[in-house]
Design a protein around this ligand. Structure first.
Ligand code: NAD
Ligand code: UDP
Length: 308
């Protein structure tokens, strides 16, 4: 198949590009390089089945493709809050442009949605049927509401125009090729530990997250995209739930770092807890994560140790 990946030069997009090329597909990688990097995909540029297209998803595009994975959107709070209006535009206009293309060429289209659609959840763990608890006017809203609106558009294009959609809700994912300076907790802690800097825990570190290793996530993506039973939304994530303080301690232990833990103010609207209910992914895809936190952290530490 000929497959378009928007945001293909980013953290997840580059891993997905590799995976689809390995399966023998042709990949068109579209990116505006806001948070993506050429070095994530340099090793793919010589592959005749890989094509790089510098383009912004906010602007319309025409291509002949069989499948579309829409991943274009800055994902870390630091980056999506840098230009919040652009973040909403990217989610909403990007979704419309991908859906318009899918409708025109009759392609299946996949949306990278997020656990942020659940906001600061009052139901725990979060099943797909939970509607969420999201602030419409806070500093995270450009991302959360942009992604929620994108989901709405996907389902309306499906109902109104019979577009063939798949929607995944991704829970915090980590691994090689995360940006060292994008402020996400796993990369922050590893980089701080490797450089002997203080480990910055926000609040008291009692908020929880569930961390999925990138290889497991990509397996879930491809599984959801290529089955005909459900269109989603489907949670993909690792149900292993840890406090941020536990994560900091684990990173110190695995790096053997002498870094100290320091406490910093909790950012506005920071969700207190998050854990995916993956009953649906298990039942429909037979999918569940294989890489546990310690093993995934070791691989990620190895990557950053080479980069720094
Ligand atoms: P990333 O920032 O590494 O990748 C996003 C990519 O999109 C980058 O290459 C960036 O340059 C590109 N991009 C941004 N705006 C664009 C635009 N207007 N036009 C074209 N390209 C644009 O982040 P990631 O972690 O790889 O996330 C990929 C997708 O998965 C995002 O949509 C994100 O919201 C979603 N997601 C990721 C996580 C996670 O934990 N990694 C969790 C939930 C959802
Ligand atoms: N966090 C932290 N220290 C950091 C970066 C993040 O304590 O240096 C916390 C942050 O407040 C949040 C959690 O780690 O509670 C996950 O943050 P991240 O930005 O990775 O993802 P998200 O909040 O979008 O789930």
């Amino acid at each position: 198949m000929r497959i378009l990946i928007t945001g293909g030069a980013g953290f997840l997009g580059s891993h997905l590009s590799e995976r689809l090329l390995l399966e023998g597909h042709e990949v068109v990688c579209m990116d505006n390089f806001f948070t993506g990097r050429k070095c994530n995909i340099t090793h793919l540029l010589d592959n005749p089945y890989f094509e790089l297209m510098r383009h912004d998803v906010v602007d319309p595009f025409k291509l002949e493709v069989d499948q579309i994975y829409n991943l274009a959107c800055p994902a870390s709070p630091v980056h999506y809050q840098h230009n919040p209006i652009k973040t909403t535009k990217t989610s909403v206009m990007g979704a419309i442009n991908c859906l318009g293309l899918a409708k025109r060429v009759n392609a299946r289209v996949f949306q990278a949605s997020t656990s942020e659609v659940y906001g600061d959840p009052s139901v725990h763990p979060q099943p797909e049927s939970y509607w969420g608890n999201v602030n419409t006017i806070g500093i995270r809203s450009c991302y959360d509401e942009g992604k929620r609106c994108a989901e709405t558009l996907f389902f309306d294009y499906h109902r109104q125009n019979q577009v063939d959609i798949r929607v995944v809700r991704i829970f915090n994912t980590y691994g090689p090729r995360m940006l060292a300076d994008d402020g996400r907790v796993v990369s922050n802690f590893i980089v701080q530990a490797l450089q002997g800097q203080d480990i910055t825990v926000y609040g008291e570190g009692q908020q929880t997250r569930s961390f999925c290793y990138v290889d497991d996530l990509i397996e879930g993506f491809v599984g959801l995209m290529n089955q005909d039973q459900v269109i989603g939304p489907m949670n993909i994530g690792n149900p292993g739930e840890f406090t941020i303080l536990e994560l900091a301690q684990k990173v110190i232990e695995l790096t053997g770092s002498k870094s100290q833990i320091v406490y910093r103010p909790m950012p506005e609207d920071d969700p207190k807890q998050r854990q995916p209910d993956i009953t649906q992914a298990k039942a429909v895809l037979g999918w569940e994560p294989k890489v546990q936190l310690e093993a995934g952290l070791k691989k990620t530490i190895e990557y950053f140790a080479q980069q720094l």
